[in-house]
Design a protein around this ligand. Sequence first.
Ligand code: CAO
Length: 552
Amino acid sequence: MAIIEVTVPDIGDFDEVTVIELMVKPGDTVRAEQSLITVESDKASMEIPSSHAGVVKEIKTALGDKVKKGSLVLMLEVAGEAAAPAPAPVAATAAPVAAPAAETPAAAPAVAASGPVEVRVPDIGDFKDVTVIEVMVKVGDTVKLEQSLITVESDKASMEIPSSAAGVIKELKVKLGDKVNIGDLLAMLEGAATTAVAPAAAAPTPASVPAPAASAPVATAPATALATPAHTPTATPALGLPHASPSVRKFARELGVPLAEVKGSGLKGRITDADVQSFTRSVMSGAVQTLAISAQQAAKPAGGGGGSELGLIPWPKVDFAKFGPIERKEMSRIKKISGANLLRNAIMIPAVTNHDDCDITDLEAFRVSTNKENEKSGVKVTMLAFLIKACVAALKKYPEFNSSLDGDALIYKQYFHMGFAADTPNGLMVPVIKDADKKGIFQISTEMSELAKKARDGKLSPAEMSGASFTISSLGGIGGRYFTPIINAPEVAILGVCKSTMEPVWDGKAFQPRLMLPLSLTWDHRVIDGAAAARFNVYLGQILGDFRRVLL
Ligand code: CAO
């Protein structure tokens, strides 16, 4: 065993970066390359990895410290060869030497450009396929030379990519989630004054071809990240980006935590792993509502959700007390949360609803006789259980109804988890019958009544409300003819069902009394076409008309 020093590796031109996060503590066992601290310049943040595996003995830096290449990070107890007694502590650097400063020149003076100018990703060293996590400008914006255009992120570092020219953005060539590499086109600028392109690996204009490998900044992620933008960084803040390191952002994404709602306890309000964890715990315990903010915004009369963001006139502000007695009551937590979800889904999804009727005369007769035969079992079979089974069959035949949008791709689910809207004293809830394709009508009926009871008693667990791939909203027990249910995103369709009624149906020779069930299928037009929706409803109607078809 020996104690070694772990120091800051070569981080290129960046001197005096601030320590914004300590990711380990004395006693922790760390792997080689495991991130120890996060440092930040005004343009990039990066994690400094450990040069060795071992046990942390002492942390030699503190939050807010300014560090540079060679600064002592911590003392590590290591095993093996390194344990041999050394005359002096071994200074370990995690990264090979970075590119000499001369190879990352500052931007050259601006000169007038004649036509539209391309802005490309500058030399970002070894980084391949980094993800665009923020687009900081839009078409029509006037940008200054070196103004940050986008933020990209690898699994270890994030950085802002500056503009190589000043001008007006005519076209943006990247969007959130895109993967970019050196030389990729970011934007077209007009009226631009571009930088005079220095030879070799200079400014990221079209002429700035990727730097030759020999001059590319170093091998390890952190050093590359900080050494990346060829322009001298300016202090443009990252607009709206929560203050957190890439690994914290990744962690939050994995948990589905909206970072914008997490309060950072780190330096300058930086969000740490612990903040994300404690936010998750608060949500799970009900102490915090993730969507409460948007729900409150939705209810605000003006600004923050009042319509002004959409260019609408403000929500009317009326003193109702002027017209008669009133009572003000806070909405339930469930109503606030579901309201925010419904608002988002109603606004963001280009939804269309197809209405149809189907003949359930025989199915209802079968349901009634089944219930009579099984009176003693205590399980009451409801029409909704048959609807769930029928929808599973239709989803199998038309799989895009069982999908979700993921950027430009569709995720086709091979499971059939069916949500059903349940009316509760506190508001609408959507419990989920998992793997409905593998369950019979009795089991579905039993589970449904248990879940509906739990919903009414406020005892549903998050697991019992998650994972639905399609939802049915039945008002059949109440009444009404048709309605337009709102899609439960990220699902792409929802079936609304109303009360069946006896109606005269023409059979070609005479009117016959038939029990007709009104169906209202709302679907996301980005994923589903009108013809497919009509076919889905027709097929559903055929199954409900003759349930033996489920077996086909
Ligand atoms: N047509 C005619 N009668 C129907 C029917 C239909 N489509 N669906 C149910 N019924 C009857 C049932 O047979 C039952 O009658 P009996 O008591 O005589 O047997 C009665 O209506 C009550 O049924 P139910 O509502 O208890 O049972 P269900 O399985 O149909 O529904 C549940 C269960 C949890 C979905 C329901 O209680 C509920 O909460 N519905 C409201 C859902 C909602 O709010 N949707 C709107 C969301 S906004 O998008």
